[in-house]
Write a protein that binds this ligand. Structure first.
Ligand code: G3H
Ligand code: 13P
Ligand code: NA
Ligand code: ZN
Length: 308
């Protein structure tokens, strides 16, 4: 069943979180839907402007629509991740998304409010949910790189005014995570005191954690053992942090880096070990299987297995 993120969050708040995964190509979509059907777990499939530029929005939405027919027993939302007005208004007009994110977090507070509010009005008129963002994450997202000095945590003093002024349905917050493989290079981890302050002021209101990848050291090691040259100080959100964040109102956890690393690992190992192969479908099949296993583990960790 295709739902809005608002509908999904009404059921999960404080009890479990829903993985929101960025997709770029067919094998990921198969792996995701297959895992969700098997686990009976809700999920959010999301596309960034980068993904839309790469594959084309029609291609992505068509593949997602096909997956919904192939795997009919799934509960999910289709979300636009890190959208800007051009993409969002196009998507609202053409349809296909049940949820959009307006990321005006790099603007000052008043501009963020104004841009978010305009998107909320247009989206709500079509029954589409809106995620907004307050605070700036470090790291790489699309073609924008934010260094640590220009990132800042969400100010808990601003969250009530922001939500009231914009009428957004969920709020992405900056509480120590960053985008990409090289998070927490200072080792600081999730800032729970800030998350607690935010949740206290917005009880019952769905919060979103960007930069939610785990970046398993074993995966980095395997990639490097198969010819990769990734930095080994990569570190992501730890499992204990996820478990602690859910009762504090984190309803949606975004994942893109982990599945990219998985693709890199599967393909590097495949072409290292099977130098005589050249059929894309052979590593493709392995990747789909590994992706499915990866998602089954995330559903367990996020507590959403059996909740669809
Ligand atoms: O914002 C987070 C995602 O990691 C962005 O991924 O820009 O490559 O689609 P993408
Ligand atoms: P990661 O880079 O941790 O996968 O974060 C993804 C994200 O926040 C997408 O919006
Ligand atoms: Na998002
Ligand atoms: Zn993000």
């Amino acid at each position: 069943m295709l739902l809005t993120t608002r509908q999904l969050f009404e059921k999960c708040y404080g009890r479990y979180a829903i993985p929101a995964v960025n997709v770029f190509f067919m094998e990921e979509i198969h792996g995701l839907f297959a895992a969700a059907q098997e686990a009976d777990a809700p999920f959010i499939v999301q596309t960034t402007p980068f993904a839309r530029d790469y594959a084309h929005a029609d291609m992505l939405l068509s593949m997602i629509g096909a997956a919904a027919r192939i795997y009919p027993n799934v509960t999910y939302a289709i979300h636009m991740d890190h959208g800007y007005e051009a993409h969002i208004f196009d998507a609202i007009e053409k349809g296909g998304y049940t949820s959009v994110m307006i990321d005006a977090s790099h603007d000052d507070f008043e501009t963020n409010v104004a841009r978010t509010k305009a998107v909320v009005e247009a989206a709500h008129a079509k029954g589409i949910s809106v995620e907004a963002e307050l605070g700036v994450l470090a790291g790489v997202e699309d073609d924008l790189t934010v260094d640590a000095e220009h990132s800042f945590y969400t100010n808990p003093q601003q969250v009530v005014d922001f939500v009231n002024a914009t009428d957004c349905d969920s709020l992405a917050i900056a509480v120590g995570t960053s985008h990409g493989a090289y998070k927490f290079s200072g080792g600081q981890g999730l800032q729970f005191h800030i998350l607690e302050e935010i949740q206290k002021r917005l009880p019952g209101f769905p919060l979103v954690l960007h930069g939610g990848s785990n970046v398993l050291p074993e995966v980095i090691e395997r990639i490097n053992a198969a010819g990769g040259q990734l930095k080994t100080d990569a570190k992501g959100v730890q499992e204990e942090e996820v478990r602690k964040a859910i009762p504090l109102g984190i309803c949606k956890i975004n994942i893109a880096t982990d599945t990219r690393l998985l693709w890199t690992m599967v393909n590097r190992e495949f072409f290292r070990d099977r130098a005589d192969e050249f059929a894309p479908t052979t590593p493709g099949k392995i990747f789909m299987e590994e992706y499915k296993k990866f998602m089954l583990k995330k559903f367990e960790l996020f507590g959403c297995t059996g909740k669809a």
